[in-house]
Design a protein around this ligand. Sequence first.
Ligand SMILES: NC(=O)c1ccc[n+]([C@@H]2O[C@H](COP(=O)([O-])OP(=O)(O)OC[C@H]3O[C@@H](n4cnc5c(N)ncnc54)[C@H](OP(=O)(O)O)[C@@H]3O)[C@@H](O)[C@H]2O)c1
Length: 253
Amino acid sequence: MGNVFNFSGKTAIVTGAGRGIGRVIALGLAEAGANVVLCSRTKTEIDAVADEIRKTGAKVMTVATDLTVHEQLENLVNVTVKEFGRIDILVNNAARSFLRGLLDLREDGWDKCFNTNVKAVWLLSRLVARQMIEQKSGRIINITTVGADKAEAGMAAYGCSKAALKHLTRCMAKEWAQLGINVNAVAPGFTRTDFSKPIWSNPDLEKMISQVIPKGKIAEPEDVVGAVLFLASDAASYITGDTIYVDGGTMTS
Ligand SMILES: NC(=O)c1ccc[n+]([C@@H]2O[C@H](COP(=O)([O-])OP(=O)(O)OC[C@H]3O[C@@H](n4cnc5c(N)ncnc54)[C@H](OP(=O)(O)O)[C@@H]3O)[C@@H](O)[C@H]2O)c1
């Protein structure tokens, strides 16, 4: 099979690459040889990650992008193709959440979750798919969550949007399977990033959550990278429409 985890000559876009899980996915893809394009709204954060990547000798570009603005999605795809000539891997990692019960959740909170976590993924994936169809190959990996399957109090807007993303993953996989594009999801469980800091920064809360995870601890962002690399690799060429859970066994209960 050769080294299927060598991504030399391939180009990957990672959304939300400025921090957390997206940052380590970008570092992992670069370490495996890919050219990486980093996007998020905060230019200083993606530039800092790009500096880390450049030190390894990999090629990297940053494109400040608000994923909820269509023209900025078009710009992201256009500058990537201009710089690297192709797009082999798209990791739809960026997301937003609101911790608010359904009785108090505001309409704009619901809309922001769905606009970022579902609509932007559809629109960006569609733009990228058009390029991948010309290439007759491509991998799209959506970062979902165990919260797409499990109801958590206060997380309805986020959980419903991620459940929609899980279904969008299957829809894109089905429609694009014969066009050379594989679309899958990686669903992390509770992971130590800024996103979840309000919980793990409280040692009692972290202990309580760790006790219900079969592995007995919350994930570190690095735990998520292997599943993404696998799905992006030739080892996963017959896998599409699926979800890999990286959750320390959370989905067993
Ligand atoms: N942490 C967890 O416990 C956990 C568990 C399960 C799944 N996940 C999933 O893992 C993924 C990464 O989460 P994380 O914990 O690493 O989150 P994070 O640390 O909050 O990072 C989120 C990233 O998304 C970017 N982003 C948000 N809105 C954006 C927009 N409109 N346009 C462009 N970029 C945007 C942020 O950058 P800017 O704000 O600068 O734009 C940031 O780089 C998400 O899909 C999340 O749902 C996380």
